[in-house]
Design a protein around this ligand. Structure first.
Ligand code: FES
Length: 100
């Protein structure tokens, strides 16, 4: 039985723009870099919200206490900070942040 390796697929809207294998214990931003997908960053520590994207599919490791750059409303809309949030497996990510 072959198990498929988890991958992160990046989209801009509906257009696929890159794909990378999941790097264990690494935040999504690292996989974006491997995929050649540019995501703007500033603090890289979950504070500023610059690296906000939308999680379309899949699960991520949300910290118990949300980082300052994220709130419950954004999470409901699929909002995800790529600099500090790790995927739990395969995910589809839209680099466009959720509209709210
Ligand atoms: S770069 Fe500031 S929250 Fe991610």
């Amino acid at each position: 039985m072959s198990e498929e390796k988890p991958v992160i697929r990046f989209f801009k809207g509906s257009k696929p723009i890159g794909i990378a294998a999941v790097v264990p214990e690494a935040p999504l931003l690292e996989m974006a870099e491997i995929a050649g997908v540019e995501i703007p960053t500033n603090c890289t520590s979950g504070t500023c919200g610059t690296c906000l994207v939308t999680l379309l599919e899949g699960e991520v490791e949300l910290p118990e206490v949300l980082p300052p750059g994220l709130d419950d409303e954004l999470v409901q809309l699929g909002g995800m900070l790529t600099c500090c949030i790790k995927p739990k497996g395969s995910c589809d990510i839209d680099v466009i942040p959720p509209a709210w």
